[in-house]
Design a protein around this ligand. Structure first.
Ligand SMILES: C[S@@+](CC[C@H](N)C(=O)[O-])C[C@H]1O[C@@H](n2cnc3c(N)ncnc32)[C@H](O)[C@@H]1O
Length: 206
């Protein structure tokens, strides 16, 4: 069952990687250091680095994981949760892609990301918007994570909750995408669009 799910999910995941890379790339600068928090298999970070190279930009991407999988295409640091093993403002860009809804204490995780970041905090997650949103997002969350043993909490924010979270952290958005064509057409209709959320947040000076 897990193998079948992973097989079915693979082409959907590839489209997701391409779309997210296209959306994040314009915000990267030459020489950026990027931390991909909850990097999983590390392919998003690796794809961003190669897409940046294709645009003539050299960026350095590393990952931070609670449960490293091994064999990732980027260097990955392991930690057991709580405070990140990095000084304040270490990275130009911090990415949290589909991690917050797996975390029991998302506020603390966000604060750590904002602490170690200098310019942008990129948040990709889900949002509850549209008909049967909770059921649809729970299904795609389960299907995407069950093959890799990642625990799902089935807790997602509504758009107003996302706004409040960013406001509490004094994060302003330079890019806000609240409907994303993240998957191939049929899957996108069911699981993409308004269920997907991406915010490129400016990190305050201090
Ligand atoms: C759905 S996967 C997303 C993987 C990757 N970011 C991507 O977009 O392909 C969520 C990952 O977040 C990791 N994770 C969950 N909570 C975490 C935390 N507090 N710190 C670091 N990683 C965490 C999980 O181990 C899992 O690999």
């Amino acid at each position: 069952m897990k193998g079948l799910l992973a097989h079915l999910h693979a082409p959907i995941y590839q489209t997701r990687l391409r779309v997210l890379t296209e959306l994040i790339l314009p915000y990267l600068h030459e020489g950026d250091s990027i931390l991909d928090v909850g990097c999983g298999n590390g392919t998003l970070g690796a794809k961003l680095a190669s897409a940046a190279a294709g645009k003539g930009l050299s960026v350095k991407v590393s990952g931070l994981e609670r449960f490293p999988r091994g064999g990732e295409p980027i260097p990955v640091s392991s930690y057991s949760g709580g405070r990140f093993p990095f000084d304040d403002r270490t990275f130009d860009v911090v990415i949290l892609a589909d991690v917050l809804h797996h975390e029991l204490d998302p506020d603390a995780l966000l604060r750590e990301c904002a602490r170690v970041g200098r310019r942008y905090l990129v948040i990709k997650d889900h949002q509850l918007a549209g008909p049967l949103a909770k059921a649809r997002v729970s299904l795609i969350d389960w299907a995407a994570n069950a093959p890799y043993g990642v625990k799902c909490l089935y807790r997602y924010n509504r758009p107003a909750e996302w706004n409040a979270i960013l406001h509490d952290l004094s994060l302003t958005t330079e890019g806000l995408y609240s409907s994303i064509d993240l998957y191939p057409p049929f899957f996108n209709l069911l699981f993409g669009r308004k269920l997907q959320y991406l915010a490129i947040c400016r990190i305050p000076e201090s």
